[in-house]
Design a protein around this ligand. Structure first.
Ligand SMILES: Nc1ncnc2c1ncn2[C@@H]1O[C@H](COP(=O)(O)OP(=O)(O)O)[C@@H](O)[C@H]1O
Ligand SMILES: N[C@@H](CCOP(=O)(O)O)C(=O)O
Length: 289
């Protein structure tokens, strides 16, 4: 048996730890079957092939949550580069939780998502939900605590560019302050509210106007000194809006001609001596059909 879990754009501008959306590529695939003992093989991008792999962590977490202990033999095709900002650890975590759910016949979505978030905790030190939840539903998701999910179905194309540099989520979270100025918090509330309205109306050009963020991104820019240059290139190529995906370094842009915008972003990275790969991804893709 096999599950496929796609990448995600978490935060989506102003929604730190709250907004996310599933995108059609890249993706991880996890093959699984019951066994006498735990094992995992990894193909593709290198991640640990032992019990610290977040697919194993999340699968075990689900078994624990339902009071079972069934060892699995796992084979992970790792298509989402770790440390990418595209929900790499979230995708594998959800895949592990889903694998165990299929084996044990667990259908409770809340339990599956909670187990997947344990994988995120192991990877980044924080059980943030804004990768695993949109990876599951695909939709643009709005998550409040304790786990409550609002979903906005979306179907748009987005330019996603992944540069050949790494920003570990753990490090990007350490860069955040304990408190933010009230004016910045107010700006983010306004941006987030207007973004949600534009998405509900399906007005992506307008959504592009609300991708700024005042509470997380400014503190992370020291890890992404190329941000301003690359953003300028995207906007000059006609982007309606631009931001960092998750904790970076992947970036994304909305616009009419996302192929051209993706090329312009790649060229801007290359101009700085950083190679980069563009994806034209479909937003709104998840595990749930
Ligand atoms: N299956 C896995 N997929 C991705 N990362 C994993 C996996 N298993 C363990 N890890 C570890 O988690 C960390 C990557 O997490 P993170 O920086 O959050 O990446 P991303 O932001 O792309 O999700 C790395 O230390 C990596 O070795
Ligand atoms: N809200 C989190 C999202 C991290 O996403 P990732 O794709 O970088 O793992 C954060 O910004 O820390």
């Amino acid at each position: 048996m096999k599950v496929r879990v796609h990448a995600t754009i978490a935060n989506f501008g102003p929604g730190f730890d709250v907004f996310g959306v599933g995108i059609g590529e890249p993706y991880d695939e996890l093959s699984f079957r019951e066994s006498d003992e735990w094992s995992i093989r990894v193909e593709g991008f290198p991640v640990p092939a032992d019990e610290t792999n977040v697919a194993v962590v999340a699968a075990r977490a689900l078994a624990r949550l339902v009071g079972e202990d069934v060892p699995l033999e796992l084979k992970l095709r790792k298509g989402i580069r770790p440390g990418s900002g595209l929900g790499s650890s979230g995708a594998s975590s959800l895949a592990g939780a889903l694998a165990m759910a299929r084996v044990l016949g667990v259908e409770d979505e809340g339990l599956i998502l909670r187990a997947a978030m344990e994988g995120e905790r192991a990877a980044s030190g924080s059980a943030h939900p804004d990768n695993v939840v949109p990876a599951y539903y695909g939709d643009f998701t709005i998550i409040s605590t304790p786990l409550h999910v609002d979903r906005i179905p979306v179907d748009f194309r987005v330019a996603v560019v992944l540069p050949e540099v790494e920003v570990p989520t753990r490090e990007a979270r350490r860069a955040l302050p304990g408190k933010v100025p009230i004016g910045d918090a107010v700006s983010n509330v306004a941006l987030a509210a207007s973004l949600v309205k534009a998405l509900i109306e399906g007005d992506m050009e307008r959504a592009g106007m609300f991708l700024d963020d005042r509470i997380a991104l400014p503190y992370r820019l020291k890890l992404m000194p190329w941000y301003g240059t690359v953003r300028r290139a995207a906007m000059e190529a006609g982007a309606w809006g631009f931001s960092v995906s998750g904790s970076g370094p992947a970036v994304f842009a909305l616009g009419e001609d996302v192929v051209q915008i993706g090329k312009a972003i790649v060229e801007a990275f290359e101009g700085l001596g950083i190679s980069a790969k563009a994806y034209v991804a479909r937003a709104g893709v998840g595990v749930v059909p």
